[in-house]
Design a protein around this ligand. Structure first.
Ligand SMILES: Cc1ncc(C[n+]2csc(CCOP(=O)(O)OP(=O)(O)O)c2C)c(N)n1
Ligand SMILES: [Mg+2]
Length: 515
């Protein structure tokens, strides 16, 4: 058995059973091994940014790593923006990156580059296998690293000769350990902060704390003590909808966020960071909470948030409280123009039960949370690292992870263009995704940002840099060119009809929503 096959067998035995791939010559033996060994689903992606975004969506839904297969330094470099988002989502992944044969590197062939250097910027662990005998053991270590709570990025670099030379056979992946429980001191410190702060204490929830059960504990604590709670500004996966706790996020706009945290005296972090502004703006603070507030960490992102919140509720005598859960309820449809209100109403009115929503809506999505609190239970996956172009790849990964659930990709047009190749993978793999493109034909958010940073009287050149018109993008044709059926709507009732119809069928369908 060659090194490549020993690696594939190691990955499969370690429960890494999906590979989002974009291979080249140096990875051909790995491709052949993937072909020979049962148990690995290989999903071809037509740009590397799709592979890492998909691996992120996959992890968020099943809490285990997919692998990617990337072509040397340039392939890895193409994947970095979504690897960044994956890291910010606190997800895990095993990247397999091909490399020249060990003896060939000295000749500085065209694709030679500093792969470890490129990988190091976005990985928790980087290793180049030095011989075929090591490949399986290195792969087993990579899987263990990726599984380390809350999730880590392991990048294994595979010189071609280590793949094709006789290996040592598969290696065993160590069983992942459960997330650590927080120390009693942390529970006590959080309890004291909440007792001292009362109604001015704010619990910030992130990572696993925004799942249904831990949020119920947070709601009980709020009921007992008057403390408030919110989710981080963007979250890998929030469990939401009817019968679940209504959670609001720390708002994105600085002024709105500051209004939401005004008067906070105690900040209790649960799998979350203290909130900071996305960017600095002249004459605005960087911290999105009063700087004099006391900040207490109940649980790190790697720690067991559910257990921590349950113990905190116990300590505060809140365990018997009744959590406030969303009642079922949907907004009415609004007829006429495709205003942000009307779009949110369609999403809220028609969101399918048990849907997985991937949300890269940017300006169009500001009302989506409000209008979906009472929709049937669903998961909400947001852009976590601010590097736009992850929405469609996330949808690919979520659909591969959960083939029995409808994926709803809510996608701004400018962001969608960074990784629209994901549509082809949706068609190739027959993924059950309804894609809604918010075709406002601009970088709308940046128009606001131009004013926010104090740039005055923008002229023609600035306008052209923020406009996607001239020529208009034709998403129906773009989708058709990649094998995805599509339609265009320009009224709220047209969108409602198309959305309902798309959600009834299986397989990918795209709706270009002119707004
Ligand atoms: C990788 C990356 N490149 C560029 C940006 C800067 N950026 C932020 S928002 C944005 C435009 C978003 O436009 P669109 O997706 O159409 O959403 P809209 O503002 O129209 O709602 C850009 C270019 C970014 N965040 N990430
Ligand atoms: Mg836009």
């Amino acid at each position: 058995m060659n090194g490549a096959e020993s690696l594939v067998r190691t990955l499969v035995a370690g429960d890494v059973t999906v590979s989002f791939t974009n291979p080249g010559t140096s990875e051909m033996h790995f491709v052949a091994a993937l072909d020979r060994v049962d148990g690995m689903r290989c999903v071809l992606c037509l740009h590397e940014t799709v592979t890492t975004g998909a691996a992120d969506g996959y992890w968020r839904m099943v809490n285990k790593p997919a692998s990617t297969l990337l072509h040397l330094g340039p392939g890895l470099a193409n994947s970095l923006a979504n690897l960044h988002n994956l890291k910010r989502a606190r997800s895990g992944v095993v990247n397999i990156v091909g490399e020249h044969a060990t003896y060939h590197r000295q000749f500085d062939a065209p694709l030679t580059s500093d792969i470890e250097g490129i990988a190091g910027t976005m990985s928790h662990w980087v290793k180049t296998s030095i011989s075929a005998k090591d490949v399986a053991a290195d792969g087993a270590e990579a899987v263990s690293v990726a599984m380390q709570a809350p999730g880590q990025i392991a990048t294994l670099i595979l010189p071609a000769d280590t793949a094709w030379t006789e290996g040592a056979g598969p290696a065993k992946v160590a069983a992942p350990s459960a997330p650590a429980k927080v120390a009693e001191d942390a529970v006590e410190a959080a309890a004291r902060a909440i007792e001292a702060g009362g109604g001015t204490a704010l619990i910030v929830l992130g990572t696993w704390a925004v799942r249904a059960k831990p949020m119920e504990h947070a709601s009980k604590i709020a009921a007992k003590t008057g403390a408030k709670f919110r989710a981080e500004g963007s979250n890998g996966r929030v469990e939401r909808g009817a019968g679940r706790v209504a959670i609001e996020r720390i708002p994105y706009p600085v002024d709105t966020a500051l209004a939401a945290t005004k008067g906070v005296t105690h900040l209790i972090l649960v799998g979350a960071k203290a909130p900071v502004a996305f960017f600095a703006y002249p004459n605005k603070p960087s911290l999105l909470y009063p700087p004099e507030a006391q900040v207490v960490t109940l649980a790190e992102p790697s720690e067991d948030a559910e257990d921590a919140l349950a113990r905190l509720a116990d300590r505060l005598g809140a365990s018997k409280e009744t959590p406030v859960l969303n009642k079922p309820g949907r907004p009415d449809l609004i007829r006429g123009d495709l205003s942000h209100e009307a779009i949110a109403a369609v999403v809220g009115h028609l969101l399918p039960e048990n849907a997985i929503v991937t949300d890269e809506s940017v300006t169009t999505g500001r009302n989506f949370f409000r209008d979906t609190h009472g929709a049937p239970p669903h998961d909400w996956l947001s852009l976590t690292g601010g590097a736009i172009g992850e929405g469609l790849p996330l949808a690919v990964g979520a659909a591969v992870a959960c083939p029995d659930r409808k994926v709803i990709a809510l996608q701004a047009d400018g962001s969608g263009m960074y990784s629209l190749q994901a549509l082809w993978t949706m068609a190739r793999e027959r993924l059950d995704v309804t894609v809604c493109i918010w075709a406002n034909r601009t970088y709308a958010i940046l128009k606001g940002e131009l004013a926010n940073v104090g740039a005055e009287n923008p002229g023609r050149k600035a306008h052209d840099m923020l406009s996607l018109g001239d020529p208009n993008l034709d998403w129906v044709k773009l989708a058709a060119g990649m094998g995805v059926e599509a339609t265009r709507v320009d009224t709220a009732e047209g969108f409602a009809d198309a959305f309902a119809a798309a959600n009834k069928r299986r397989g990918p369908f795209l709706i270009e929503v002119l707004n």
